[in-house]
Ligand binder design. Structure first.
Ligand SMILES: Cc1cc2nc3c(=O)[nH]c(=O)nc-3n(C[C@H](O)[C@H](O)[C@H](O)COP(=O)(O)O)c2cc1C
Length: 190
């Protein structure tokens, strides 16, 4: 079973994080961290009122290992703890800047730092528009350090009929990169 770390930050697109938890919880060992601004956006975008990340996560799955965003003693904080892939989704541009600067001020940034130093798979689903030169330089730096930076930007060629179709397309693209089989979107066959 793959071991995967998921970090949810305060960018718009909380539904991406929710879908990832739902889809990953049953097929891998999922380690999760949500920033306070991530939880704020979860509540804003899902019309919910969770007072802490655990309540949100337990409403989706009981199998997820969840850590406080300041818990640097969590196993995932160390490079000696083997993790197959690290996913940050949605990723704020604040996270992108701090990760590009090597500033491990919370557990999600520390995990990104670990992924890059250990040369492991790091996937960053960023969401912002338009992008400033600073954003682009930070994304370039992360890409040069081995991260896969993906815009939270679904395609439309699969004729989506719902928001869930759009979310599933993007989550399916993430699964392609972390080598997890799925049927989240229909592959293009021309
Ligand atoms: C409703 C709302 C939507 C936001 N959307 C974005 C966004 O799409 N992208 C982004 O980079 N920041 C966005 N922000 C700002 C981040 O939440 C803010 O920069 C925060 O400090 C990120 O912290 P974190 O990376 O620790 O979660 C949004 C904030 C709010 C309240």
């Amino acid at each position: 079973m793959k071991r995967i770390f998921l970090g949810i930050t305060g960018a718009s697109g909380a539904l991406y994080g929710k879908k990832l938890i739902e889809e990953l919880a049953n097929v891998c060992e999922l380690h999760l961290c949500i920033t306070p601004d991530g939880l704020t956006n979860i509540n804003l975008e899902m019309n919910s009122n969770f007072s802490n990340p655990s309540d949100f996560v337990e409403s989706l799955s009981k199998q997820v290992l969840i850590y406080d965003y300041k818990n640097f003693a969590a196993p995932v904080s160390s490079g000696s703890f083997m993790v197959d892939s690290y996913i940050i989704a949605p990723a704020s541009m604040g996270f992108v800047g701090r990760a590009a600067g090597g500033i491990s001020s919370n557990l999600i940034e520390r995990c990104a730092d670990v992924a890059m130093k250990e040369r492991r798979k790091l996937l960053i689903l960023f969401r912002e528009m338009p992008l400033s030169l600073i954003h682009l330089e930070n994304l370039t730096k992360l890409t040069q350090a081995g991260a896969v930076c993906m815009p939270a930007s679904p395609g439309f060629y699969h004729n989506p009929e719902s928001i869930d179709d759009l979310i599933s397309f993007v989550v399916g693209k993430i699964f392609d990169i972390i080598d997890v089989e799925h049927s989240l979107y229909k592959r293009w066959e021309g």
